[in-house]
Each structure stands twice: as C-alpha cells, then as structure tokens.
Design a protein around this ligand. Structure first.
Ligand SMILES: NC(=O)c1ccc[n+]([C@@H]2O[C@H](COP(=O)([O-])OP(=O)(O)OC[C@H]3O[C@@H](n4cnc5c(N)ncnc54)[C@H](O)[C@@H]3O)[C@@H](O)[C@H]2O)c1
Length: 531
C-alpha cells in the first residue's frame, strides 16, 4: 500500500470468464463502494454491444473507447472496476491503473473459463469471431487456449488469485483478505479497515478522502510516540492537516479517568471542534483511552484507530469498544464508539518488543481456532514462519474478528465467541497478580477450555493437544502454573463480569474453525482443582 494508491479503486483483471464482474459486484457490496464494469460502461456510452463496436470500428476503435472510459472511471470516487480482459495490454492504461489503485488478477483453469463463457454468447468478439455454429465449443476452446498462451506472461505479471471454486461472496472475501481491505457495517455508519505495509504513510490521504476534519489530535504513548509520531504527523501535514501530538505515559495502569481528563483538556487546547478528528496511534491501551475520550468529548467526535501492537491490530482496534479501568476491575467504564477508520501497518510490528508480539500471537491462535483453519495451519508452522509473514497473520487475524462483529456488533450472541480462552484466561491473569501477560493467560485458558470441551463431548479427543502444541511452538504457556492458588482462581472466575444470571458461560471450541457460545460447564470446581 502506498500513500497515493491506497485509498483508491480496486481493479479486477484477468482472462475472459474469470469472474471479474460477478466477483466485482460482490466485492463492491462488501466494501460498500460503487461498482463499474468497464465493458458495460463502454456499451452504455456507445449505445451498442461490444460485438457491434468490434464489427463497425474494429479492435482499434474498441481500444480507443476503452482508454477513454478508463480515464473517466479513474477520475471517479473510490469504487471497484471489473476491467476488460485485454485492457491492460496497453502500457499507458497499465501505468495509469497501477497508480490509481490496487489491481488483482483473477485466475482460473481454462476449463472453468470455457464453462462460464458458454453461457455468454455474443459478448466476446475476440473469442467468437468465427463461431455461431454447432462447433462453437471447439472453436471457443481453441481460441481461448491460444489467447491464454499469448497472454500468459501478461496475466502472470499481476498479483493473482484463483477464486474459481468459490461462490461470489467467498471470492469477494478472499479478495478482501488478499488486499487487506475491509468494511465493517452494523455499528454506526460503518467504517473501513485497511491493512498493509505503508499504511501509516497513507494516514493523511486516508483522512482526506473520507472528509475527516482538522485540527487533528494524534494521541499516543511515550514509547510508540517516540517511534512513529513524527511519521504520522508528517503524513497528516502533507495532506494539509493541522495536527498536534498528545502523549500519555505507557501502560495499563494509566487506563484511568485521570488520563481521559488529561486528553479532554489537551483536545480543548488543540482547538478540537465537533467533527475534528482524534487519532489513536498505539497499542490497545492508547486505543481504548483515545477512543473513549473521543466518544465523550463534545458528546462524541470521530476517531481513527492506528493500532501498533499485534493485539491492538487483531482485536482492540476492531468493534468500537472503548473505555477505562477502575480500581475494582478492568474495562468497567466505557462506550461503544466505532472508529471512522482503522489503519493497520504491519511494518510497525518490527519494533514491538518480542514479549508483546508473542502475547499477541495468542490472540492470533484464538482467532484461528474460532474461525480460520488456514490461519491455524500457518500458526502450526511455528514462530519463525509467522514472524516472516506478519502481514498475512494480521490480515487473517483481523478478518476473523471483522466477520464476527459484522454479524453481532453489540455482543448479543456470536460475538461471545471472541471470549474463547478468556473466561479462564482472565481469572488466571488476575490470580497470578498480573505476573502472567494477558496473551499468556489466554493461551493457557484456551487449552483448559479445549479440555473442558473434550470432557463434555463437545470436541473430539485430541483438540486440546493440537491447540496446545501449536501454542507451545510459539513458546506460549499451556498449563496453569503450579504456584497459582486454584481456590483463588475459582473465586476470581466467579467474579468474572461475563457471568450471566449467576452462571459462568463459556465459549468452547468444537473443532478448529468452530466455537460454541453460551456453554454452561458442570462441576468446573473439581476440574480446576484437579488440573
Ligand atoms: N477495546 C477492545 O475491544 C479491546 C480488546 C482487547 C484488548 N483491549 C485492551 O487493550 C489493552 C492491551 O493492549 P496492548 O497489548 O496493545 O497493550 P499496550 O497498549 O500497553 O501496548 C503494549 C506495549 O507495547 C508498546 N508498543 C505498542 N506498539 C508498539 C510498536 N509498534 N513498537 C514498539 N512498542 C510498541 C506500548 O508502548 C506498550 O508498552 C488492554 O487495556 C485491553 O483491555 C481492548
């Protein structure tokens, strides 16, 4: 993602029949942006079908029309464009599309392309010029095979994705995953989530295209601020924003009302008005604080999440929960206040301390167990492999949470799946006197809960072992430390705020990719005391 192209249109390219139009429509709907089919736009403008343009004006005439229409579409607002199958053979078109947005080439086996083209008689003049007879299939096959041979290296020069066995919605999701581009609806006006290297440099442009107003307050903590505030401010200033940095001291102990009060004062001094934007640049603590201050200042101003820890990317920045701790417990005061945008740049993870990265990996494994078997397979390959592919890890981890909060934005039902590992994990974290990090406690919690699921017959034997060995390969703990007092652990669990009508309800794993919520566990006491 670079600052210029990141905000803009998605161009779907590929051979005839690869599904650009169908997938493009589903993608545009998912991203909540307009869709254009280049050939269809040409036809509408010319008031005749492509085949007729070819017959009257030849390929040259068609290509000239194609270039003009592409120019028009590039000049429009953000959208999805399904390109014609040969439109980027022209180097000038190629260059302009590259600088105008993200291109993805849909790939499919030739048999699949033929199968689809069979249903679209008269639309592909380059493939059908000599058809119209019973020999149509052979001619189509021959013409398409020749065309694919000629264009093989051309299509291969673009990032490619094979979505041929998928439904349009599945294909659109695969494209979103690949591009790191999502839209969360269901809470407020909805918001975009952009993931990719270079996203931080695109911050100013991204605010500008969304008409977010200044002056801007960039909230960070001492540690992250020192590393990235200058880069963020420079991006904002380049986009014409007046921006001021507000730094908070590092750490959960500062997730307090005092910090909120400090932020309100700083917002006033920075001249923030209704509509001015707050940016949270940092881990989950900064996100919760800046988001809550934005939710309450002037009865609510927009905020943008720029998560910089793995946990904040995969979890805290998504879903619109903001808040602070009280001496009596974590996150006891807060508000749902969805961000206007989430911008996640995996490059910043290079400076995240290793302990924080590992702790965040527990949340990634949790996401994998809840809803992404492919991510789980990646996690099974261990620490080195994951470190080398943090972009994929972040996109997939965020993808799982995005799908859940879309369905259940206000935690009425399915969102409880995200509590996997947390019912026991929170209690372990507290019973350890917070010596165990959150991720470590969740790691243990996940394994204990998987054992519970096995005991209840909800999961097949072996699931807990599979989850445990994956977590161990990431050097995360998987059993309750001997020094933790089991009775204290049980007491702490009963205090857990996730109690519903006096019962502790669990989200338990059924298999990799499936979790059951609202599970009541009998005789949890003896299980914990024995473990
Ligand atoms: N709102 C939600 O839905 C939600 C969900 C999960 C967790 N949370 C909250 O998130 C918080 C935990 O978040 P966290 O683990 O990110 O903690 P954190 O914000 O304290 O960050 C951890 C540490 O990493 C540092 N750091 C972050 N990014 C860095 C980077 N790129 N380079 C160098 N250092 C970096 C921070 O300065 C800090 O010292 C908790 O308060 C938790 O309650 C909120």
């Amino acid at each position: 993602m670079d600052a210029e192209s990141a905000h803009s249109t998605v161009f779907l390219y590929g051979p005839p029949g690869s599904g650009k139009s169908t997938v493009g429509q589903a993608l545009a709907q998912a991203l909540s942006i307009p869709f254009w089919d280049l050939d269809e736009e040409i036809e509408n403008h010319a008031e005749m079908p492509v085949a007729e343009i070819f017959a009257i004006e030849g390929e040259e005439g068609f290509r000239a029309r194609e270039k003009r229409m592409l120019d028009l579409l590039i000049g429009k607002v953000i959208g999805v464009v399904a390109l014609g199958g040969g439109s980027l053979l022209d180097p000038d078109n190629h260059q302009r599309v590259t600088s105008a947005g993200q291109i993805l080439c849909l790939d499919a086996p030739v048999e699949k392309l033929i199968e689809r083209l069979q249903t679209q008689v008269g639309k592909r003049p380059l493939l059908e010029e000599e058809t119209g007879s019973s020999a149509r299939q052979e001619i189509l096959t021959q013409n398409l095979s020749e065309l694919m041979q000629r264009r093989f290296s051309h299509y291969a020069s673009f990032p490619q994705i094979d979505v041929s066995g998928m439904t349009p919605d599945e294909a659109a999701w695969a494209v979103q995953m690949r591009l790191g581009r999502f839209h969360v609806s269901g809470m407020g006006a909805g918001y975009d989530v952009l993931v990719g290297p270079g996203a931080l440099d695109a911050l100013g442009v991204q605010l500008r295209v969304r008409n977010l107003k200044g002056p801007v307050a960039l909230v960070s903590d001492d540690q992250v601020g020192e590393l990235y505030a200058t880069q963020a401010i420079s991006s904002l200033e380049k986009a014409g924003y007046e921006a001021q940095t507000i730094l908070l001291p590092v750490g959960e102990q500062n997730k307090t009302l005092e910090s909120i009060s400090y932020l309100w004062e700083a917002f006033l001094q920075a001249g923030l008005e209704r509509g001015s934007c707050v940016i949270a640049l940092g881990g989950g603590v900064v996100g919760d604080l800046a988001g809550f201050a934005a939710a309450t200042y002037l009865r609510g101003v927009p905020w943008v999440a720029v998560p910089t820890s793995l946990l904040a990317m995969a979890d805290a920045s998504l879903g619109g929960k903001t808040g602070i701790d009280l001496p009596q417990g974590k996150n006891l005061v807060g508000a749902f206040h969805p961000p206007a945008l989430v911008l996640s740049d995996p490059q910043v993870l290079a400076t995240l301390p290793e302990t924080e990265l590992r702790s965040g990996m527990a949340e990634i494994v949790k996401a994998a167990v809840i809803g992404d078997p492919q991510l789980f397979e990646l996690c099974q390959q261990g620490w080195q492999v994951l470190r080398a592919d943090l972009g994929e890890v972040v996109r997939r981890g965020m993808g799982v949470k995005i799908r859940i909060i879309q369905i259940d934005p206000y935690e009425k039902d399915q969102r409880a799946a995200l509590n996997l590992g947390h019912t026991i994990g929170h209690a372990i974290e507290r019973a350890s006197g917070f010596k165990l990090r959150h991720g470590e406690a969740v790691s243990i919690g996940m394994v204990v809960e998987a054992r519970l699921a096995e005991r209840m017959g909800l999961a097949k034997a072996g699931l807990a072992g599979q989850i445990a060995s994956t977590l161990q390969s990431l050097e995360l703990p998987t059993s309750i430390p001997a020094e933790i007092d089991r009775k204290l652990l049980l007491e702490t669990m009963n205090l857990d705020k996730k109690r519903a009508a006096g019962r502790v309800l669990f989200a338990l794993p059924v298999q990799i990719g499936e979790v059951k919520t609202g599970c009541e566990v009998e005789d949890i006491e003896s299980f914990i005391l024995a473990g």
